[in-house]
Structures are given as C-alpha cells and as structure tokens.
Design a protein around this ligand. Structure first.
Ligand SMILES: *Cc1c(COP(=O)(O)O)cnc(C)c1O
Length: 374
C-alpha cells in the first residue's frame, strides 16, 4: 500500500496534453498564449475582470499589499489562524502584522474583533494600512461584515483566498471580495500549477501595475529602462498550461472533496470527542481540507496520538495551522482577541482530503482513527 497524503496534486492526461501542446508550440520562454488563457479563464471563473498569474500565492500577496499602499512602519491586521505566508508578506514590506483571533463558529477571522479594533484605532488616528482576511481551509470569511467595516474607515481589504478557489460567500466567489484577491496553485492546493499563484482585482490599473512590477518593472524601451523596483514574479507559460487543465476540471475536484468531507462526516460525526470544522451558513466552502477537533477525554486519545498512529500506517495527517502569534518568528507581535485559534490548534487535525483519494484509502484513514479510541 502506498502512502496516503494530505492533499497531493491530482493530475492526469488532460494536464499532460496541454503541457505537451504548450511545449510543442514553442512558447517556453516565460509568457505565451496559455498564460493569457489561464488568466482570462480564472478571472471569468471568479467573476473579477482582471487577473495576473504569478510564481506563487506568496508573490501575489506581496504585490497585493504593496499595491494597496502598505509600506515601512505600517500596521496590517492579519488573522493569527493561517499559514505563515499571510503575515510574512507584511514583513517583506517593512510593516508590522497585528494578529487577530478567529471566530469559533467558523474558524475564520472574527469580524467583531476587526470592527472593535478599527473603531479604537480610528479614535487614536492609528488606522492600519490594510486588513488581510483569509478564507481558511476553503471556507470564506464573513465578507458582508468585513467589507462594511473596512470600507467605513477607508482601509483596504485584501483577501487571501489561497485555499478557497471555487468556494462562495452568499453566491459570490471567494477571491472577489476586497480590493485585491489572491490564490495559490501550490502542489497541495485544490488546483495546482506545481507552483504558482494569482492576483485578481476589479481595478484594471492595479492589475496592470502588478503585471509591470512582476516583470522586473521593465519600461517599454529596448535598452532595459527601470523607474521602479520590480520583481521576477511572472508564472511561466508551461505552468499556466497545467493550470488551464486543472481549472477546467475545478468543479469535479470540488465535488470529489465535498464527497470526501461527507464520507468523513458519515463515519465520524456523532462519535464522542470528534467534531468537525463548523460550516458557516453564509456560504459554500470548496472543502479543500476536512478538519476535525479531538476532545481527548471523550474520544480516548489525543490529536497527537491519532496523528502518529496514522503516520505509522503511512497516512499523512497534520495539526491545524499553528497560530502565528505563537510562532517564534512572531514572538512579541500584538494579538487582538482571545484564545480561539490556540484552542483549535491544540485539538485540530487535518485529514487526507485530496481529490485523488480513493474510497478504500479513506476507509483506512477512518478505521485507524477509530482504532485509537479503543
Ligand atoms: C498556501 C497558502 C499561501 C501561500 O501560497 P504559495 O503559493 O505556497 O506561496 C498563502 N496563504 C495561505 C492561507 C495559504 O494556504
């Protein structure tokens, strides 16, 4: 039996065909027609007019924050319950992340805390340069409330939808909220370009500016003229070909992950000591990862015991993200709110959820989890 991974790339003949077609067409040097098609199909899918494909989700976040005006000495509100890249880009710009706790009813950025913090900072005249929301584990944050709060104070909202392509909030696609939205196509995400990301925005000017900066900020002169500090952040045409094939089967991938989530619920919910990441009634997640919480007293084993038992049987499961305010990298950074993210981190476990996971392998995961309670 081969190892069961958390969320491995799910690629096949369609990806191979488009990749070889791009190769054979000679569009190897970075830009090309597959890249243009990937950007326009992605924009259409998300319902946002402009998209830029880049080398990673982190690069897209970096550009997004730079272009909404984050700079040295600024504060930026960032959820503490997320992957480290969300906060690192704040530091790349010489700004300071101010962490905000999550809401236990959705695991997403707590809009009450954001609102109270902006109220207090508006009084003091210390509004942050931006707020970053994250659509964690493929479920969107509460955008009616977050956008109203941010717009009320004129603070730009950036949506880190790296994990949430295909999810919706009140019928609207994740990645379409905020001044800019960001996706990741890293190998473990719902679709992959092996490595890649994208920035989307309603502002044509913002995306044009991002495109310029992502291409070494080359002015249109034959002799390589530069006014701005640029980056080498563009996605290659070959990887965009992979992305096109992946994107065209996004709905099938979401349906498969949803089915996996339902099967876990059928097998595990109702067992004492196991609960699932709550589904907020305001939207439809893409079920990127199925996450559970273990109450050791009731279940009869700890999260770590379950994780290592699974590992012994060649099954990869992972604790939920370690809150960033607990990371040594961010020691001393301010935290707004309480211990909701911390409590989830102590008991949360992400289960194998890839769209290529077979029913048999999933049954094996369930069996080994349940064995831990005996
Ligand atoms: C994966 C991820 C990123 C970073 O994307 P990369 O493509 O790996 O750079 C950023 N934020 C969140 C929430 C992520 O899950």
């Amino acid at each position: 039996m081969s190892r069961v991974y958390l969320s491995p790339p799910d690629v096949g003949d369609a990806e191979r065909a488009l990749l070889v077609e791009a190769f054979d067409s000679g569009w190897i040097a970075p830009l090309g027609p597959q890249l243009d098609a990937f950007e326009s199909e992605l924009a259409a899918r998300v319902g946002v007019p402009h998209a830029l494909a880049v080398s990673s989700g982190t690069a897209a976040l970096h550009l997004a924050l730079l272009l909404v005006g984050v700079g040295p000495g600024d504060d930026v509100l960032v959820p503490t319950f997320t992957f480290v890249a969300t906060a690192n880009v704040v530091r790349y710009l010489g700004a300071r992340p101010v962490f905000v706790d999550c809401d236990t009813s959705s695991w997403q950025l707590d809009p009450d805390l954001v609102s109270a913090e902006l109220d207090a900072r508006a009084e003091e005249g210390t509004l942050p340069a931006a707020v970053v929301s994250v659509d964690l584990y493929g479920q969107s944050a509460d955008y009616d409330r977050l956008t109203a709060t941010c717009e009320g104070y004129g603070v730009p909202l950036v949506e880190d939808a790296a994990e949430a392509l295909g999810a919706t909030y009140r019928g609207r696609a994740a990645g379409s909220f905020g001044v800019a939205g960001v996706f990741s196509f890293n190998g473990n995400k719902i679709i992959t370009t092996s490595a890649g990301g994208a920035l989307l925005a309603r502002s044509e000017e913002l995306v044009a500016r991002a495109r310029h900066l992502a291409t070494q900020a080359r002015e249109p002169e034959v002799h390589y003229e530069h006014l701005d500090l640029g980056f080498n952040y563009r996605m290659s045409n070959l990887l965009a070909a992979l992305g096109l094939a992946q994107l065209r089967a996004l709905d099938r991938r979401i349906a498969r992950r949803r089915r996996i989530n339902e099967r876990y619920r059928q097998a595990l919910s109702g067992r004492p000591g196991i609960s699932f990441m709550p589904r907020a009634d305001y939207g439809v997640p893409n079920d990127w990862l199925t996450c559970i919480e273990i109450e050791p007293g009731a279940f009869g084993a700890t999260r770590d015991q379950i994780r290592s038992a699974l590992d012994t049987h060649d099954i990869e499961a992972r604790p939920t993200w370690k809150p960033l305010h607990l990371q040594p990298l961010y020691a001393g950074a301010p935290l707004i709110g309480g211990t909701a993210a911390e409590a989830i981190f102590e008991r949360g476990l992400c289960l194998p959820s890839g769209s290529s996971l077979s029913d048999d392998d999933q049954d094996r995961v369930v069996e080994h989890i349940l064995r831990c309670s005996r």
